[in-house]
Design a protein around this ligand. Structure first.
Ligand code: HEM
Length: 144
């Protein structure tokens, strides 16, 4: 992108991704879509300690992501330091499991509308940035 100012559409160049996607609502929709995918996937679902109560897990994911991308620190207020590798240590995560998780997240990300004020170019940048992060984060959680 050659003209950075063109990409901001009135928002500050220093605004966080949390702000650019429209705040908590986006992460709640993203986590909700993601968990529709998880529910449909018996192999991934088998890892969840409480497969009948995914609402709590969905909120933990939404609030974590909102915090990670610059939103309020609600996740840490409720759960303490994320320590995601430690919190995933009891779930056997190999490459195939990582890829399942990523496939559901990619589908959720693709299906989640961004605010109407976000241009198509910016939407591609935002989804790219989030997709790269998800790959790095999920790969880091592999433990078998
Ligand atoms: C690599 C594949 C992954 C698998 C198989 C997996 C699986 C799980 C499972 C089974 C849980 C327990 C559900 C619960 O909270 O009750 C969990 C929790 C969680 N996962 Fe993952 N996960 C993966 C990747 C990720 C990634 C990449 C992130 C973040 C970018 C993430 C964020 C979280 C968070 C925030 C929690 C709640 C932790 C807590 O506060 O207890 N997970 N995950």
């Amino acid at each position: 992108m050659s003209d950075v100012s063109r990409e901001n559409h009135g928002s500050s160049p220093t605004s966080t991704l949390f702000d650019r996607v429209g705040g908590l609502d986006f992460f709640e929709r993203l986590a909700a879509r993601f968990y529709v995918g998880v529910r449909s996937d018996p192999v991934l679902l088998a890892l969840y300690p409480q497969p009948d109560d995914l609402d709590s897990a969905r909120w933990r994911l939404a609030s974590f992501l909102a915090q990670y991308w610059g939103g309020p620190t609600t996740y840490s207020d409720e759960r303490g330091h994320p320590r995601l590798r430690m919190r995933h240590a009891t779930f056997p995560i190999d490459e195939a499991m990582r890829d399942r998780w990523l496939a559901h997240m990619a589908a959720a990300l693709e299906g989640c509308d961004l605010p109407g004020t976000v241009s198509a170019d910016d939407a591609r940048i935002i989804r790219g940035e989030m997709g790269d992060y998800f790959f790095r984060a999920a790969d880091h959680l592999r433990n078998v």
